[in-house]
Design a protein around this ligand. Sequence first.
Ligand code: PNS
Length: 174
Amino acid sequence: MKNRLLGKSGRIAIYPGSFDPITNGHLDLIQRGSRLFDRLIVSILRNAEKEPLFSAEERIGMLREVAEPYPNVVVDSFDGLLVDYAANHSATAILRGIRAISDYEYELQMALMNRRLRPEIETLFMMSNEAYSFISSRMVKEVFSLGGAISGLVPPPVEERMRERFSKIKNKGA
Ligand code: PNS
């Protein structure tokens, strides 16, 4: 593997999220975000309350696979406060995607809380590519679990992993 944990120089941003699973909307943001910063750290929140479909390790593996073409993208995970994690990694920005107005309220609340905690870290919003603006991890899981097609909504290795996971769940239930 290439050494992606370069020095802590240059402009560093964190792209945090649950990524359960990563969608083409997330990947589009990674690609565009990676052009704006010297290093983009895509980081998975570990201590989410809800039961995830994929473990943090599985999600890290999938993210690394699909982020491989972007040499300045690092995949990691975190616990605790996002702004503390960002500061510990010398990041000056948090990157988030906005798909529709409905995302705005939650994102604004988070950005303002994060600013209050650490005013030196900026939250940067990028508009989703319109082709992906309706995609969410939750909906992808729901559609797939009910037999709908998700090609074009998630990267191919993720679709493959989803197929394996759901056939395992189905076999367990049989
Ligand atoms: O993909 P998601 O689930 O919308 O991502 C949410 C995430 C991980 C960015 C957010 O829950 C988060 O930053 N959690 C860490 C805890 C924290 O810092 N909370 C205070 C700010 S809301």
